[in-house]
Structure formats: C-alpha cells, structure tokens
Design a protein around this ligand. Structure first.
Ligand SMILES: [Cu+2]
Length: 139
C-alpha cells in the first residue's frame, strides 16, 4: 500500500482517477451521439480500391479459348481460403508456356468497391516449377 501511495504522489502510472473518469465520460458521450449515425451508409458509391495479393498454386486446367486457367491455389491470407477456381489471364501469349500440373506464382489483383469484390485478375504469372514433361504440349 505504501508503494502505491508514493508512486501516485510522484505522478507516475495512470492519470488521476478524476481525469480518467472525465476522459471516459467524454468518450462515452461521443460514442452515444455518433452511434445513431453509423448505421446510415455514406452517400454516393463506396470508394474503389485495388489491392494485390501474392498467389501460389498448381494449374489444373487451361481454357485458352476462354482466356482462363483453373488453379488450385494456396490460402491467400486476409482474402481467400485455399481452393480451386478459374482466373482470367489477359496475356494470351502466356498460355503457350503453361501446362497442367505447373506450379505457378503470380499476383492476384483485386478491385473492390467498399467491401464488395468487383473484379479480379491474375497478373505477373510465372511458372515456379514445371509439370513433368508428359504434361507439356508438343510444339
Ligand atoms: Cu479462391
């Protein structure tokens, strides 16, 4: 008890209880007065944002005509669990270098409006480890 009393006397540690109580009261007052406004969405469209996530996976299917590759990808922390799904690839030249079974890595570029995913695209796709030769297309 004596140690606590002397620490307070020197002004160490937490602020005076009365100051702490005033701050708490102000914070509570602010929360209460703005609380009812928070449920109303902001006017206009939500801001559009683009975010890049590293993607690692294995090619399961190549749909050259559709411009898509189906990739079994690892977990993308903060965005997606591990799963198999199609990705659009704009660079058609890439399709000649890809084969089913290739281990690939790339960047998943995600366009969002607020929290809603509007579009996603796979860019900078490279083969990290090629599939065994039997899977490779013959040129
Ligand atoms: Cu996915």
């Amino acid at each position: 008890m004596k140690q606590i009393a002397s620490a307070r006397a020197r002004g160490e540690g937490r602020p005076e209880p009365s100051i702490a109580a005033s701050i708490l009261a102000l914070v509570l007052a602010a929360t209460i007065t703005t609380g009812c406004r928070r449920t109303i969405p902001p006017p206009g469209p939500a801001p559009a944002t683009t975010r890049d996530y590293p993607l690692v996976g294995t090619i399961r299917e190549i749909k050259k005509d559709a411009g898509q590759v189906v990739i079994r990808h690892e977990e993308i922390p903060g965005f997606m669990q591990a799963m198999t799904m199609p990705f659009s690839v704009k660079d058609r030249a890439l399709f000649d270098d890809l084969a089913v079974g290739d281990e690939v890595e790339g960047t998943l570029r995600v366009e969002k409006e607020g929290e809603e995913v509007k579009d996603y695209e796979l860019v900078d796709l490279v083969v990290r480890r090629p599939a065994p030769p039997r899977n490779r297309p013959r040129h």
